[in-house]
Design a protein around this ligand. Structure first.
Ligand SMILES: [Zn+2]
Length: 409
């Protein structure tokens, strides 16, 4: 299937597909419709039924002959991240193919490189990159190509026993809108697999809990020339809050692995009224609570010391997401079968604690327990993004194993 996966991937990678934080603007719509066209014409060629909703999400189905069959979903997204927006006026992104040579970096334009240290063990494989000017969107066009290959295999092998399979292609995932308006009733699956993980071994286990904490300071100010003993500077007070937070809790740059953090991410206002917002992240509710308690202490203490100002603490501001592990663990088969499928293609699954969120989290909380499997991409969101065709093939084979395992449930 290598050639087919490569062909579809290259077709998709050529089309600029920047996510749009404003949603489906006319420009985003134009881009996403071009990408969807590639998908739907393949589905039509393969004789796979599909529907598109008002958010341009594509829902395709492959039905099992077995009336007792379970239903699984595969999901990928067509949009790409905004770290390197497609240069203005560029209508077609160049995709380059390289054969990996021992001890040799892959050099692209503008000084962009894929270092051999990253390509170790890939000698002789075919690696796809951009030309250094624009992203190829391996995140997540690899997933799209892999899912179409699954449809092709199922169609061409009618004897291959399958569960019911839903293929869901979303957009604007990179700006957090991938699952907005998603029709869960239509998908109605027992398990979900986002084909959106980088590398060739990762498997989603858990993600951060997330909340925003806001601290507001207000004070009465008077003419500064006559302010003796009559005013307190809200900005100075807010600065004290920020320093104490900083002293007592880890910032993002000091935190890794399973540690949470508190990051000051916005300050606004003047000396009579100002506020600061902090993003708070942790894998456990206990640590989230510890962070909150420290904020409460800091604010209480400073409120006692101040005479003319008032500090207010706002906990649990939106947007919030939560660690999906507890929900996902209620349906252990989702990851158990994925671990088996990895094993069948010779990979030991590495269970990942994701220091962020992803669409599977929303899906899991919406009642569709969903994990994330690898798609073979590397350096996601960078100009030095790369994917080996052989790794996409490996992901495809692993997904076929997963289908087979679910057909036996
Ligand atoms: Zn992605």
């Amino acid at each position: 299937m290598e050639e087919y996966i490569k062909k579809i991937f290259v077709k998709l990678a050529k089309i600029p597909s920047d996510a749009d934080p404003k949603g489906l603007t006319s420009e985003a719509k134009r881009r996403f419709e071009l990408l969807n066209k590639v998908i739907t014409s393949e589905l039509e060629n393969l004789g796979v039924e599909y529907e598109i909703d008002e958010n341009l999400t594509i829902y395709a189905s492959l039905e099992s002959d077995d009336p007792k069959a379970k239903t699984i979903m595969f999901n990928s997204h067509i949009d790409t991240a905004l770290e390197y927006p497609t240069p203005k006026g560029l209508d077609e992104i160049q995709v380059l193919e390289h054969e990996v040579i021992e001890n040799k970096d892959i050099e692209l334009s503008n000084g962009v490189k894929v270092l051999y240290s990253e390509l170790k063990g890939k000698a002789g494989e075919n690696v796809l990159t951009g030309n250094g000017e624009a992203q190829i969107g391996a995140d997540d066009k690899c997933g799209v190509a892999i899912m179409l290959a699954l449809a092709k295999y199922v169609r061409e092998n009618p004897g291959f026993k399958i569960p019911n399979i839903k293929l869901v292609f979303t957009n604007n995932e990179e700006v957090g809108l991938g699952t907005q308006g998603l029709r869960y009733k239509k998908i109605n699956a027992d398990a979900g697999y986002c084909v959106d993980g980088d590398g060739t071994s990762g498997l989603f286990k858990q993600n951060f809990n997330a909340q925003t904490i806001i601290v507001k300071v207000s004070s009465t100010t008077v003419h500064p020339g006559y302010a003796y003993n009559k005013m307190e500077n809200a900005l100075v007070l807010l600065n004290k809050v920020c320093s104490k937070v900083n002293e007592q809790m880890s910032e993002p740059q000091d935190s890794k692995g399973k540690q949470g953090y508190v990051g000051l991410n916005n300050v606004s206002g003047n000396w009579s009224k100002c506020q600061a917002s902090f993003i708070v992240r942790s894998f456990t509710f206990e640590e989230m609570k510890e962070f909150e308690d420290k904020f409460i202490q800091i604010v209480e203490q400073l409120n006692e010391e101040t005479r003319m100002a008032n500090i207010v603490l706002l906990l649990n501001q939106q947007p919030v997401y939560q660690n999906a592990m507890i929900e996902l663990d209620k349906n252990p088969l989702v990851n158990e079968l994925a671990i088996k499928a990895y094993d069948k293609v010779g990979i030991e699954a590495q269970l990942e604690s994701v220091r962020g969120g992803f669409d599977g989290v929303d899906m899991t909380f919406a009642g569709l327990p969903t994990t994330n499997v690898f798609n073979g991409s590397h350096n996601m969101h960078g100009l030095n993004e790369w994917v080996s065709v052989q790794d996409m093939e490996l992901s495809y084979k692993m997904c076929l194993e997963l289908i087979e395992l679910w057909s036996e449930q």
